[in-house]
Design a protein around this ligand. Structure first.
Ligand code: GCV
Length: 721
């Protein structure tokens, strides 16, 4: 072979191997790479030599496809399909309808309910078998995905005994996707919904989206923005949505749409959208009937009403109950649900924004129809890096409440910063409202356990887009994953979820898992440290919400100004929400109320949320508030640098593509953490007039420099800069 030919062959083989190994993140946590541990590999192969899997519904066929593809890839094995159990190592999958063997497990079946399943090792006809059983096809699908997780995470199948059923009924992703494919607060490319090509073209991505959701138990998707367009309710768009619904249905996912309150005027030609007007009510009934003609299992509507400029019942001097119940009546004959958002606040209302949702909704408790669920953000302001739990939790005892978390990182570094959100979600879920005494956690409220509600739900504002890796940052996939896992069962630990995700997404290598899991678990606290420590909130740049902007105080709406929230002056900093201030604390039950009322008993992490505190106040550490604040900001940056160090040790333990991507993103995160730290410390120093210790890294610019930073064309802003 001559030299040039050899070079070309070498070059081509390098290309091919880099294509083979290229990891673009598309496969998410459903990678199904070959099992590396030879003992496990052999044991697994022995356990699933044969398979009994009957039934021909689309969902069962999808589950079977997933299972057989995965076994082929992980174990290089195609189990022989059998009708009866004649040897050890048979995997039996089915419902009582499709499998007489499964039907025998009546207790497990009863425990599974509508969506649950069991996975068990069992002796059938004297042979050792593995069973995946459920009442429903959907239960089987979830069981199969969990079974595959056991294999992907290297669990032993010997004496496996798992009984699972979800604690929450509606586990829904809220896409803030516009029909023009921009995504409000989206940082991972454009919308994945290609409306102009629907219904004719079904992008395979829709199927992978549905698979990924089903693998973590998500059973609903609101496909369009809560800042809604009435166009999505026109016939053409309903037909497009029905094509998506057809894909989702196989994977147990219902489609929901946002309902623009003024749609009867905008697309219906009516003169009003008054919810008590007979013509308007009839319009919505007809619209609901039309929707169900196209989408027989349509989930229902979500509504953002009278909030941030959206139309709503108050436009016609009616209240939220009037609006929600009108839509509920229209959906009721079809078993549809209304998710009515409690994210309302009005700058014309001269009260603390944090109090407004409670003030509006609490008096309406008990008046909503039984197919309405009120969707409440985790905190009373707006998805900040840290907020105390929303006071509506525990307070609406006759109304089911649905949690709304934000998975997309609007306030937590877009898809540029590595921030694992499970600890933040858990912090809210585990908060005790004391509504019915100790142990009345937020989780219990949204599970419907506090007052035996029949509806229960958790929504997450999706971080999914058209980027190859779906979520922009490779680690942002973990937040989608964790949301689904926690919606299924809020009691699961952030650590266990991170462990599973890392093993499925990257590698089983413990020398990678251990340090990277620790890095993930502390990442949210790190972000709070360099953005909004000690209860500071809403001090980000305006419009795009990117970077620091504590100085902003000139916006038309006072409640959009950071200065409204931190109230820094020469005496101190923080929002007095105690009885001497806005008295927002009164919206909590005692003893939470009493705890937040006093500086001494308020958890330090919420201090400036509830109190205006002197710069010289002595903190439990013995430092002044000023010094403590400075230390948090500096600690935040140090922690990001430690994340970088940890990550650099991971080179070679995973593929180069994702290693390098995360490395570069961490470098951006470090620069931006420094930006946040310097800008905030210099700004607050202009009030405290106290020094930054000489031994600390000096901000490399003065305050004016940071104030004059202007970023253009950031994603997720719908054109607002
Ligand atoms: C969809 C915040 C966001 C808005 C969002 C709103 C909401 O204010 O910045 O983009 O609008 O929350 O949750 O409705």
């Amino acid at each position: 072979m001559n030299k040039p030919t050899a070079c070309i062959i070498l070059f081509l083989s390098m290309l091919t191997s880099s294509f083979v190994k290229a990891e673009d993140g598309y496969r998410l946590w459903l990678r199904y790479d070959k099992v590396q541990n030879s003992t496990l590999y052999n044991n697994y192969r022995q356990s699933v030599k044969q398979m009994q899997f009957n039934g021909s519904s689309p969902t069962l066929l999808a589950a079977k496809r997933e299972l057989t593809n995965a076994l082929q890839q992980m174990l290089n094995l195609q189990p022989a399909l059998v009708n009866s159990v004649t040897s050890n190592g048979t995997l039996i999958v089915g419902t009582p309808k499709t499998s007489a063997n499964v039907a025998k497990f009546s207790n497990d079946i009863a425990a599974a309910g509508d969506e649950g399943y069991f996975i068990k090792s069992a002796n059938i006809n004297g042979k050792s078998c593995l069973m995946i059983g459920a009442n429903t096809d959907k239960g089987i699908l979830y069981g199969v995905f969990n079974f595959l997780k056991l294999l992907q995470t290297g669990q032993s199948l010997q004496s496996v005994a798992i009984n699972e059923s979800p604690k929450i009924k509606m586990r829904v992703l809220n896409h803030w996707d516009n029909l023009d494919r921009t995504v409000e607060r989206g940082y991972a490319g454009s919308s994945i919904w290609k409306w102009h090509k629907l219904p004719g073209y079904i992008d395979p991505r829709y199927i992978d989206y549905a698979r990924a959701n089903a693998s973590i138990g998500i059973n609903g998707a609101v496909v369009n923005n809560v800042n809604a367009s009435a166009i999505s309710l026109t016939k053409d768009y309903l037909i497009k949505a029905s094509a998506l619904a057809n894909v989702f249905r196989t994977y147990g996912i219902k489609i929901y749409l946002t309902a623009r309150f003024s749609a009867p005027i905008e697309i219906g030609g009516l003169k009003t959208a008054d919810p008590l007007d007979a013509g308007v009510r009839q319009w919505w009934k007809d619209k609901a009937d039309e929707i169900y003609k196209y989408i027989p299992d349509f989930g229902g509507f979500i509504v953002k009403a009278n909030s941030e400029g959206q139309p709503g019942p108050q436009t016609y001097n009616r209240n939220h109950v009037d609006g929600a119940n009108m839509l509920a009546d229209a959906l009721k004959p079809h078993n549809g649900i209304v998710m009515w958002r409690a994210f309302v606040y009005d700058d014309k209302v001269p009260d603390d924004r944090a109090k407004q949702a409670y003030n509006e909704f609490k008096p309406l408790d008990g008046q909503f129809s039984d197919n309405v669920i009120v969707q409440v953000k985790n905190g009373a302001i707006d998805f900040q890096p840290r907020e105390p739990f929303h006071p509506l939790f525990g307070a609406m005892r006759k109304t089911p409440l649905m949690m709304e978390f934000q998975i997309t990182q609007e306030y937590l570094g877009f898809s540029t910063h590595l921030v694992y959100l499970a600890p933040m979600f858990k912090e809210t879920l585990e908060s005790d409202t004391y509504a019915k005494g100790k142990g009345s956690t937020v989780a219990k409220d949204i599970e419907g356990q506090l007052d035996k509600q029949t509806l229960s739900g958790m929504a997450g504002v999706a971080n999914i887009g058209s980027d190859v890796n779906w979520t922009g940052h490779p680690f942002a996939q973990a937040n989608w994953y964790a949301f689904g896992r926690l919606a299924w069962n809020p009691a699961q630990s952030s650590e266990a979820i991170a462990d599973d995700w890392l093993r499925m997404t990257f590698t089983q290598d413990n020398s990678f898992i251990k340090p990277v899991k620790a890095l993930m678990l502390s990442s949210r606290e790190t972000t709070v440290d360099y953005m909004t420590p000690l209860g500071l909130h809403h001090i980000m740049g305006t419009g795009a919400h990117y970077g620091p902007g504590p100085w902003v105080g000139n916006l038309a709406r006072p409640d959009w100004n950071p200065t409204y929230y931190h109230k820094a002056d020469s005496a101190g900093v923080g929002f007095d929400r105690t009885s001497t201030g806005s008295n927002a604390v009164a919206q909590y039950f005692p003893p939470v109320r009493d705890e937040f009322e006093h500086i001494e008993t308020t958890p330090e992490k919420y201090l400036l949320w509830f109190h205006h505190v002197s710069w010289k106040h002595t903190m439990p550490s013995g430092k002044t508030l000023w010094q403590e604040m400075v230390d948090h900001y500096y600690r935040g940056v140090d922690s990001v640098r430690n994340m970088q160090k940890t990550w650099s040790l991971m080179q070679g333990k995973i593929d180069d593509a994702r290693y390098n991507e995360v490395k570069q993103l961490l470098a951006i995160q470090e620069q931006e953490a420094v930006w946040w730290r310097n800008a905030c410390v210099l700004y607050f120093q202009s009030f405290s007039k106290m020094p930054i210790p000489a031994s600390y890294e000096k901000p490399d610019h003065d305050l004016n420099y940071y104030r004059n930073q202007k970023l253009y064309f950031l994603p997720g802003t719908n054109g607002v800069q």
